[in-house]
Design a protein around this ligand. Structure first.
Ligand code: AMP
Ligand code: MG
Length: 329
């Protein structure tokens, strides 16, 4: 039986809050993507997240809060640079990795001495966490490694059958996951590119270290080369490269302009005006639709790697990397 999908009325929020407090699972909207939430301080509830998502236990979760007191409850210390970032970007799509207190179960952090924390700006996420009165661990509400849902229509049917309640808040504003930073007294390191652009971080704290792209990044478990992937193989084009058509069912993900060649089976355009924020917000929705179109391959155009373009290219490369996909660059 599928979990009910409800609009975010006061009664629904109250019921969802009760479910979370009792150790259940709730899918809820955030400004990045839909989250699969559980009581972050209840190890058994958190274990269900890993089961439902089929997520490896070495991949730690982000804990969502709704006020500064919850941060105090979770974290031992907050370095000065982290405070400045929090002041500027919370509530919002920035996740900060900080030293954890013993109250945070090991299953949440995959045994690390740190915990990843975010205060989301989405009004439904805020209302839910506040009503529950507890921090909420919530990865994206998708099977591990697959495309993140940015609308309830994207939710995987198997996952829908294993949760207790789904709150429909419409499409997500940013459409890509939060930016994750690890902050010490000396340095700010970006562990995952996301909805807060690197340039915006640097405007607050000066130069930051970027993810290396190396497969061996012990600081950032779970940042796997293949991730955010549709079932259909994805190939990322080089600038100006024209895909071969050769009798297969070929889909095309364009940045600004649909290709002139009419022989593509399915075409999606991320942003006709070239707005990278709009492109990011539409990325997973376009990929979900192309993935439903029964194609043999999806060709994706590159976007400029500035601002949100970096997060878009990061997701496209991971969608294309290894597995059944083809690596475009
Ligand atoms: P998500 O899958 O969107 O919930 O994001 C979770 C990601 O956050 C993980 O895959 C890790 O890369 C990162 N993360 C979470 N907790 C930590 C931590 N304590 N230290 C470093 N990275 C973390
Ligand atoms: Mg995810």
């Amino acid at each position: 039986m599928y979990a009910p999908i409800r609009l975010p009325t006061e009664e629904t929020i109250a019921e969802a809050a009760r479910i979370l407090r009792d150790g259940g699972l709730v899918v809820f909207p955030t400004e990045t993507v839909y989250g699969l939430g559980a009581h972050a301080l209840d190890a058994r509830a958190v274990a269900r997240i890993f089961e439902v998502k089929n997520r490896p236990r070495f991949d730690p979760l982000i804990v969502h809060i709704a006020d500064p007191a919850m941060l105090e409850r979770l974290c031992e210390t907050v370095p000065e640079a982290a405070r400045r970032l929090i002041e500027r970007f919370w509530p919002g799509p920035l996740t900060v990795v900080l030293p954890k207190r013993p109250v945070v179960p090991d299953i949440v952090t995959a045994g690390l001495p740190t915990v990843a924390v975010r205060w989301p700006s989405h009004p439904v996420a805020q209302a839910l966490i506040r009503a529950a009165g507890i921090p909420v661990a919530a990865p994206s509400a998708n099977p591990f490694g697959r495309l993140s849902p940015t609308r309830v229509e994207h939710l995987d049917p198997v996952l829908r059958a294993q949760v207790d309640l789904i709150i429909d808040g419409g499409p997500c504003e940013f459409g890509v996951e939060s930016t994750i930073v690890y902050v010490t007294e000396e340095t700010v390191t970006v562990l995952r590119l996301g909805a807060v652009p690197v340039e915006a971080l640097e405007a607050v704290v000066g130069p930051v270290a970027l993810p290396t792209g190396s497969r061996d990044r012990p600081m950032s478990p779970g940042q796997l080369p293949r991730h955010y992937a549709p079932h259909t193989p994805v190939y990322v084009l080089r600038p100006g490269e024209v895909p071969p058509l050769s009798g297969r069912r070929v889909g095309y993900l364009a940045f600004r302009h649909a290709p002139a060649d009419p022989s593509f089976q399915a075409v999606e355009v991320l942003s006709p005006t070239g707005d990278l924020r709009e492109a990011a917000a539409r990325l997973f929705d376009c990929l979900h639709r192309l993935d439903e179109a029964g194609l043999d391959v999806i060709y994706a155009e590159p976007v400029p790697e500035v601002g949100l373009g970096r997060a878009i290219m990061d997701r496209l490369r991971r969608a294309a990397s290894g597995g059944n996909g083809e690596v475009g660059r």
